[in-house]
Design a protein around this ligand. Sequence first.
Ligand SMILES: [Fe+2]
Length: 316
Amino acid sequence: MTRSAQQKMPPEPGRLTVNPMTVHIGAEIHGVDLTRALSADAVRRIREALLQWKVIFFRNQHLNHAQHIAFARRFGEPTPAHAVFDMDSDADYPEIYPVTKHRAALAARPSTVRVWTDWHTDVTAAVNPPCGSILRAVVVPPYGGDTMWANLAAAHQGLSPAMQEFLSTLRAVHRFKAAEEDAGETAEAYNAMVKKNPIVAEHPLVTAHPETGERVLYTNPEFVKKIIGLTPAESDALLGFLWEHCIRADYTVRFKWEEGSIAFWDNRATQHLAVRDVYQTDFNREFYRVTLNGSVPVDVNGNPSTPLSGNPINPA
Ligand SMILES: [Fe+2]
């Protein structure tokens, strides 16, 4: 069979392979062509891999926007491009969020000494944060600009039973952080957008994953402002400890992008970090993201998160 004939064959679910990258998080999926309609079996196996490994990666998948959205639809309902940032939405593809274009605000922010700065779970200021995100690389720097993910279920498991028990009684406030005051016009525009749609939510500090039932240490330094019921000193100290704990090397994976790479993460069980080194270069980077609409998280007793301000995210 010629090479071109092979490429025209539909993907064979039997060839789909899952190659774990670490013990706790990350797997590369091979043997599937995401530009084509996936079989039900392939969708099932990809979903299983996602739930087990929390973030899965595909290589050499050169999707256009329509194919990206079609792939996402096999796993849920895409949201509008972003719950808050709507300025760059493409009228033809309102589900596509261009990650590249907001990076000026990040670049302008002064670096800080905290190792967990910029780690986040997508849009947890919403009462129903996206359940998953699918990020596609189109233009990739020659080096630098990796992304890291942390498994928050593994992080929860790594705590003592006494700490797990204590945390399961607590809830925290999630909101968008204001940009640094000295970050110039970009920061002002950012803050204006945040004010326009001020979503704030209260989430349990430990959630029960809706599909796997795992306990998840549901906190991230980008959106979490305080733990309810603790003094500011207690809250700051505990959150600082938890955020450093979540990103211990054991619980993380680091991905080196290539053009055509795709990362698909379970936003209910992870946080992630766009490594900032690339902002010290002139390298270009062009990524696109589709997020999947999520349900309202619940704690270990089934008590749901509550909105404090703003509306839930709805499908696009
Ligand atoms: Fe993100």
